[in-house]
Design a protein. Structure first.
Length: 188
């Protein structure tokens, strides 16, 4: 009984422990463009939630026209995977061409756009690496804005998940350990 109480106290403490806060660090951002009447506009990236799971950031390339290639660099502090979404301005003739995630100069994930929208989900992003998210958009005459969110989810279970799993294993062990009473045979 004493061991059971100690195990339950340990599991409760583990469940009450808060998860280590993951964080996103933003590096440089830039835009370039090609074609006549081209305007690269300006790209800004802002972390909007660096505490919860998922961590979130917003990016925006404003006052751009032509075929625009924008990018920003970022780092994560724990193993995570990211979901990136890109949307063009309200002009329906604008289209997202290509979304890419790079590690150094190597493309590790890419996805084509679909009309005025595009989405890309990464594999596990590791801490200590600088990643680049690059998006290519063809803006219609008159130009417009390109914006989107990125969400980062922890790639490992949180302490509460581990505690619940340990309690489950402990419960199964107690059930298996209980002695079974022999069944009495009945004589007819």
């Amino acid at each position: 009984m004493r061991r059971l109480m100690i195990a339950l106290a340990g599991a409760t403490a583990l469940a009450a422990a808060s998860a280590a806060n993951a964080a996103i660090t933003i590096g440089t951002s830039s835009s370039s463009c090609t074609g006549t009447g081209c305007n690269a506009g300006s790209t800004q990236v802002l972390v909007t939630d660096n505490v919860n799971n998922p961590n979130k950031l917003e990016f925006d390339t404003s006052n751009a026209s032509g075929t625009v290639v924008s990018l920003f660099n970022f780092m994560v502090t724990s193993p995570e995977f990211g979901v990136f979404s890109v949307t063009t301005a309200t002009n329906p003739a604008s289209s997202v061409s290509l979304l890419e995630l790079l590690l150094g100069s190597t493309v590790i994930a890419s996805a084509p756009g679909s009309g005025p929208n595009g989405s890309l989900t990464s594999g596990t992003l590791l801490p200590g690496n600088t990643y680049t998210f690059r998006y290519t958009v063809a803006l219609a005459d008159g130009g417009g804005d390109i914006s989107g969110p990125a969400s980062f989810y922890l790639a490992v279970p949180e302490p509460a998940s581990w505690a619940l799993m340990l309690l489950g294993f402990g419960g199964m062990g107690l059930v298996l350990r209980r002695r079974r009473r022999p069944a009495l045979s009945q004589v007819a």
